[in-house]
Write a protein that binds this ligand. Structure first.
Ligand SMILES: *Cc1c(COP(=O)(O)O)cnc(C)c1O
Length: 426
């Protein structure tokens, strides 16, 4: 498709769809159909030749609609629209973020490979990497945000693993700690260790800031992954995922998706297209609210610390430098450490009235949860401590409510929290 001249937010209502295809309907209808009628047997043959890569497409020849496990208008139009935000050549949409992530890892790793991945990552991803990939002969090497690409290269060289890395997987900002990884630096490392026989792919889970506030492909990454359940969906009513990158890499991903059968359905595609129309409005408002909430929390006597990108300063050193280089906004995710432990964190969560106690993030309503016992419950205790998922950590996803109401709710909930040391010192 030709590159359009308008900004993505101006195109989200119409791009890739023509009303004449559907009786003049201004919106793309839900194509709730499993299969598509071919005009002739010759046409069916031609569609399959392209779908199975048996020959190259001729000029102006588009892949035809075959069967909804391979393609469907609601999926294809959604994929075209998602490409605009990340300036990607192609996109594949999945039935969940985890299916996008697991399909990408399966496609680009082989038994015997080592996967280099940043820590922490989303709990489900951590489980997949450590438990599932392990069964298929892929070993994992985790690294922390404190390790720069240079330090990593040195460590891998010393351990004799430099030429065994099959793929690099990054999650930045990391869920739930908001720590940042240098995407450009890691992409350069991948290029340095790639060989003509084997390209080391860099995949970035961009769920926290994308597709608006961070563009990993522009920084040298090969694949961008999303839980579209979060900001892209944005209304806590759909589970979906996406993977974006070059035509060549996404063709491989789509091929595996066809055989795993983990594509999203037409109804999901339609819901996400509806969500994309307000994506920018929502994300900008959420980031604006989050900054105000973070500033309030930072000054609160019962809060030990606040991790929010919008509070980083020069004093934060390399993390601040990475933030300045690769993020366009601090986004709307924050995590706080309440003074005390699990008891205090739970008291805070139980006392909130407007903000809901639920996992997930990026939705119009604000959500709070306790990573150590909820989203990241499966991570061994020592590892949790090492990567900063402590018992007093609470993760907040800030929504589009009035910020003053959010602050009011947080304030009254913190009021209820009893901190023994604080009480004694008064
Ligand atoms: C939620 C989430 C996922 C998993 O996505 P699902 O849509 O729940 O499968 C992956 N990565 C991050 C950062 C997430 O927050």
């Amino acid at each position: 498709m030709k590159k359009p001249d308008y900004r993505p937010e101006s195109l989200m209502m119409s791009y890739g769809y023509q009303p004449k295809w559907s009786e003049g309907a201004i919106k793309c209808p839900i194509f709730q159909t499993s299969t598509f009628v071919f005009q002739s047997a010759e046409e069916g043959k031609a569609f399959f030749e392209l779908a199975y890569g048996l020959r190259e497409a001729e000029q102006e020849e588009n892949p035809g609609l075959i069967y909804s496990r391979l393609n469907n208008p609601d999926l294809e139009i959604l994929e075209n629209r998602l490409c605009l935000w990340d300036q990607a050549e192609d996109c594949a949409v999945f039935e969940s973020g985890m299916s996008a992530i697991s399909t990408a890892l399966f496609e680009f790793l082989e038994p015997g490979d080592y996967l280099l991945y940043s820590q922490p990552v989303y709990g489900g991803t951590a489980h997949f990497i450590q438990e599932v990939l392990h069964k298929f002969g892929v070993k994992a090497i985790g690294f922390c945000p404190e390790e720069s690409p240079k330090m990593l290269e040195k460590r891998l060289r010393e351990e004799g693993l430099l030429d065994k890395i099959g793929m690099i997987y990054l999650e930045t900002p990391a869920n739930p700690t908001n720590t940042l990884i240098d995407i450009e630096g890691m992409s350069n490392l991948a290029k340095a260790i790639s060989t003509p026989e084997k390209q080391v792919i860099v995949a970035v889970d961009n769920t926290y800031l994308g597709p608006l506030f961070q563009h990993p492909l522009q920084l040298g990454a090969d694949l961008v992954l999303y839980s579209a359940t979060k900001y892209i969906g944005g209304h806590s009513d759909v589970i979906a995922g996406a993977c974006l990158g070059s035509k060549e890499l996404i063709a491989r991903i789509k091929k595996l998706r066809t055989f795993l059968g983990n594509m999203a359905g037409p109804w999901t595609g339609w819901l996400l297209m509806r969500s994309l129309e307000t994506l920018k409005l929502r994300m900008e408002k959420q980031a604006e609210n989050a900054q105000k909430v973070a500033e309030f929390l930072r000054k609160h006597p019962k809060v030990a610390s606040v991790s929010y990108l919008g509070l980083l300063t020069e004093e934060d050193g390399e993390q601040y430098q990475i933030y300045k280089r690769q993020c366009h906004s601090p986004g709307a995710m924050l995590s706080i450490k309440i003074k005390g432990g699990e008891q205090q964190a739970f008291a805070f969560l139980n006392a909130m009235k407007l903000i809901k106690l639920a996992v997930s993030l990026g939705s119009t309503e604000s959500l709070a949860q306790h990573p150590a016992t909820m989203t990241h419950a499966g991570i061994p205790v020592e590892e949790k401590e090492r990567i900063g998922i402590s018992t007093n950590l609470v993760r907040l996803s800030v929504g589009v409510e009035h910020y003053a109401d959010l602050i009011h709710d947080i304030d009254q909930a913190l009021e209820v929290v009893q901190i023994p040391d604080l009480a004694a010192s008064h």
